[in-house]
Design a protein around this ligand. Structure first.
Ligand code: CUA
Length: 185
């Protein structure tokens, strides 16, 4: 027996709901797959690093003393960049790295949360006081990355910038250590 106009039979409702549920679950599954594939293929990794550090004594000794900041070469030929973020500057405000070379960034903050992000790379991390943020990457081509602080950190946030200068390997090898460290002329 047909129902009055505008009334949908319960069986039809149940079928429609099942279809939409299936559509939603497949969308969720698809998006999860994209996240996982992107993480694996682009070597993007969430900030799982939980290396603690005392933000009040950074300047007194250890890895992040002033003379240790900037780009350093490791025994295996890779590079390590150490930076300290504070309101409202990255120290140093420019570092030089070589193209085609593994680069490890190690950052920490002395005051509040800042953000370090290099566009079109896998480098994107929060810089949290009390912890060392570590990101590994490799730049294929020379170029200059100008990077604004990527986490609102106070009234001077918009003026907080740093630069990463990627130069050809030969040029990097010929650079004086001080220039490598802070792009000094
Ligand atoms: Cu530092 Cu925003």
């Amino acid at each position: 027996m047909p129902l009055p106009d505008g009334i949908v039979p319960a069986t039809v409702v149940a079928r429609t709901e099942k279809r939409w549920l299936l559509a939603m679950v497949s969308m969720l599954g698809f998006m999860m797959a994209v996240v996982v594939a992107n993480g694996i293929l682009n070597a993007a990794h969430p900030p799982t690093n939980v290396e603690p550090i005392d933000p009040t004594t950074l300047h007194l000794g250890g890895e992040f003393v002033e003379g240790n900041l900037g780009t350093a070469r490791e025994a295996d030929g890779s590079l390590t960049v150490r930076m300290v973020a504070d309101q409202y500057a990255f120290v140093p405000d420019c570092v030089e790295v070589a193209a085609g070379t593994p680069v490890k960034f190690r950052l920490t903050s002395i005051d509040v949360v800042h953000g370090f992000l290099l566009p079109a790379t896998n480098v994107n991390t929060m810089v949290v006081p009390g912890f060392v943020a570590e990101v590994r990457t490799r730049f294929d081509r020379p170029g200059m990355y100008r990077m604004p602080c990527n986490e609102f950190c106070g009234p001077g946030h918009h003026g907080m910038w740093t630069r990463v200068s990627v130069v050809p390997k030969e040029q990097f090898n010929a650079s004086a250590p001080i220039r490598r460290a802070v792009c000094a002329k």
